[in-house]
Ligand binder design. Structure first.
Ligand SMILES: Cc1cc2nc3c(=O)[nH]c(=O)nc-3n(C[C@H](O)[C@H](O)[C@H](O)COP(=O)(O)OP(=O)(O)OC[C@H]3O[C@@H](n4cnc5c(N)ncnc54)[C@H](O)[C@@H]3O)c2cc1C
Length: 363
């Protein structure tokens, strides 16, 4: 069988590319080494609840074209992400907004909140932040940093904030309205039938082989070109070195209550709680099921062979990626895409846009 495209990875990037290519009459074979489609946005229905198996995914975008595009494959609900943070026995709204400040300092007006933050920043007198701790203190003042940033960031990176580079936190958005909507985007929601169904629809009519690793079968498939969405360093057998990631471990549990924490996302911001957040999956879909499913998320060190989640875009890794990028450019019949192929954190809307860009150049 001769294919126009072998698409490696049935995640969002691969699914969008394969969909567009087959619309243009191209014959595609999509493979994935996992036993399911949808990559990291995979949701599995358990006890009638869509469980986000690789971490909570909320679709949000300001790009009307991308919003219209995803709505062709799924009906979205009107979920708005409004996480809360628990610090010891205190509970705060996120992102940092007037609800947060009011609870923290017993104040009511934006002017009062601004005055407190400005005073705290001025007292610290940090000119050029030398590390992440100083950067966060300079952006938000002591209270927000100590209660909501410090412990969480330390757990995320596995290192103390004063041992992390300042560039990790470029901005700490402070919102001086009573608005708990985490995102600023115009469009937001969760597919009512789950992300897996959405990707299933993208791949409708396209040949898909699961539990199939590219490196086991690449010589057996006759394809004009390959679209590769796996790890770029793995493609070249790590010959220039290994790109680093942060990983996440999920402990998922069914709980015998219809409402465990009253919100989909609860962040734990003190350093002595080992997990970073608890996700209660049913709340993404306003679920009424009699039971609930929760996942505790533990940020963890990544080593070769683990599930890669977040690229660590420091200077060393970025330089290494650029060397791999040169090798990739020389591969005339292979196109590299997606979060692993481009060693880049992409939100879902951005990964769709990148796949559509590749389609317009390629097809
Ligand atoms: C914890 C977490 C939470 C996130 N939350 C959000 C969110 O709330 N909102 C948002 O917009 N975005 C979110 N994202 C980003 C989102 O997950 C990505 O945009 C999206 O998954 C990227 O799709 P992709 O196709 O590039 O990669 P993937 O989904 O990883 O797909 C790549 C696929 O390639 C397969 N593959 C790799 N190597 C091989 C091989 N050798 N052979 C065969 N198959 C292979 C993999 O098994 C995988 O299925 C989050 C990311 C993380 C890590």
């Amino acid at each position: 069988m001769k294919y126009d495209y072998l698409v490696v990875g049935a995640g969002l990037f691969g699914a969008v590319f394969a969909h567009e290519a087959s619309e243009k009459g191209k014959k595609c074979l999509v493979i994935d080494k996992r036993e399911h489609i949808a990559g990291n946005i995979y949701t599995e229905r358990i006890d009638d609840i869509d469980v986000h198996k690789y971490g909570a995914h909320i679709f949000h975008t300001s790009d009307k074209k991308i919003w219209d595009y995803v709505n062709r494959f799924a009906e979205f609900n009107n979920y708005i992400n409004s996480p809360v943070a628990i610090y010891n026995d205190e509970l705060y709204n996120l992102p940092f907004n007037m609800n947060t400040f009011s609870k923290m300092w017993g104040i009511k007006t934006p002017a009062e909140a601004k005055a407190i933050i400005e005073k705290q920043i001025a007292e610290l007198d940090i000119d050029e932040p030398a590390n992440l701790e100083e950067q966060a203190l300079k952006l938000a003042g002591r209270d927000v940093y100590e209660k909501l940033v410090k412990g969480y960031t330390q757990k995320q990176w596995g290192r103390e904030c004063k041992d992390l580079p300042a560039f990790i936190i470029k901005r700490l958005p402070l919102r001086f309205t009573y608005d708990n909507n985490y995102f600023n985007d115009r469009f937001q929601g969760i597919p009512i039938e789950g992300y897996t169904k959405m990707v299933e629809k993208m791949l409708d009519g396209i040949e898909v082989r699961l539990s199939t690793d590219y490196f086991d079968i690449k010589d057996e498939i006759d394809a004009e070109k390959t679209v590769y969405t796996g790890m770029i360093d793995r493609f070249f057998d790590y010959k220039l070195g290994v790109l680093e990631y942060r990983s996440v471990r999920f402990e998922t549990e069914k709980v015998d209550t219809d409402n465990y924490q009253g919100n989909a996302v609860v962040n734990y911001t003190s350093a002595d709680v080992p997990y970073t957040r608890i996700i209660e999956h049913k709340h993404f879909n306003f679920g009424k099921q009699p039971v609930s499913i929760i996942s505790r998320e533990y940020s963890s060190e990544w080593k070769k062979g683990d599930e890669p989640y977040y690229p660590v875009n420091n200077e060393k890794n970025d330089n290494l990626y650029h060397e791999y990028e040169k090798l990739a450019a020389a591969e005339k019949n292979v196109l590299f895409g997606g979060r692993l192929g481009q060693y880049k954190y992409y939100d879902m809307d951005k990964v769709i846009a990148a796949a559509l860009d590749m389609c317009s150049e390629e097809l």
